[in-house]
Design a protein around this ligand. Structure first.
Ligand code: ATR
Length: 283
């Protein structure tokens, strides 16, 4: 990639950032479309967050992804928030044209799932009630699911998230329960989303949150964990003849959405996916 006097800078702020898979993914896309952009990372201490946003704006940086630990705090320093990002209460993408914050994590999961099944009118079960579940749950509601059930170990966290999603009035039927009851929800479910870290490297042999015997063949099973590619849950989905959706797809589509926000151009999905697979050492 040739850096010129006109090259536009986008990037990632977080702490840490050095293991990010985003630079190769975005830079491959810029190269493929001949866009004069470069994606770099910035390791920012929490105490420097305000200064770094002001500085990025002053330096005419075009856009930033935001990761742990800044996704919530950063909202204070923006002029505008996308409606769903505001409901989620977290931002992972900033467009410096208008200093506006977005959350493309949730939409990344939706696009990943919609490669195999539309969300509209579906019965969706989501495991976990942390940051990832929150981002995805509001988008499930926005994309017109019929019913959302939030299951968590700590039931009061599932209750709180369920209340927040219900209050958004994006969906009528939202409920919650203990994750220990998951088996009883899957017969009627169309889509299962696992946002827990169960099965994540190095714990690749964890007990999955549910096994093949409790899955039906039409069930879509999405695991947000991308390392390993084939998690214990995805293995169970394959064994059941259900329809697996791999975590890498969420990474891919959250990146593609950010790309579109910054450049105004549709992301070259195949190019980004190839770069991501290479970075993650997948075929
Ligand atoms: P993220 O931002 O990835 O969502 P998080 O906010 O820390 O991370 O949330 C992790 C979620 O995974 C939580 O819902 C957590 O459940 P608790 O609220 O009960 O802690 C869930 N989780 C973590 N480890 C788990 C395990 N071994 N089994 C089931 N759920 C687990």
């Amino acid at each position: 990639m040739k850096i010129t006097g006109r090259t536009n800078v986008v990037g990632l702020i977080g702490n840490p950032v050095e293991h990010s898979f985003s630079p190769p993914m975005h830079n491959a896309a810029f190269r493929a479309l001949n866009l004069d952009y470069v994606y770099v990372t910035f390791d920012v201490e929490p105490s420097n967050l305000k200064k770094s946003i002001e500085g990025a704006f002053s330096l005419n940086i075009k856009g930033l992804n935001v990761t742990i630990p800044h996704k919530i705090e950063v909202m204070k320093y923006l002029n505008d928030l996308d409606e769903i990002a505001q409901l989620i209460g977290a931002v992972n993408t900033i467009d410096f044209k208008n200093l506006k914050g977005y959350n493309t994590d949730g939409i990344g999961a939706i696009k990943a799932i919609e490669e195999v099944e539309s969300i509209k009118n579906k019965n969706v079960v989501i495991a976990g009630a942390g940051g990832a579940s929150r981002a995805i749950s509001f988008y499930i509601a926005k994309y017109d699911a019929d019913k959302l059930t939030i299951l968590n170990r700590n039931v009061s966290k599932a209750e709180k998230l369920s209340c927040d999603v219900s209050n958004s009035q994006l969906i009528d039927d939202v409920s919650f329960d203990s994750i220990s009851q998951i088996e009883s929800y899957l017969d009627d479910a169309d889509i299962l989303i696992d946002t827990t870290p169960v099965g994540m490297d190095p714990h690749i042999n964890d007990e999955p949150i549910v096994t093949a015997e409790n899955m039906h063949e039409d069930l879509v099973v999405f695991d947000a964990v991308y390392n390993p590619n084939e998690t214990v849950l995805i293995k169970q989905a394959i064994k059941a003849g259900a329809r697996p959706v791999y975590g890498i797809k969420m990474l891919l589509y959250q990146g593609a959405e950010s790309f579109k926000i910054w450049t105004g151009v549709d992301a070259p999905i195949d190019i980004m996916e190839d770069a991501l697979r290479k970075t993650l050492n997948l075929k």
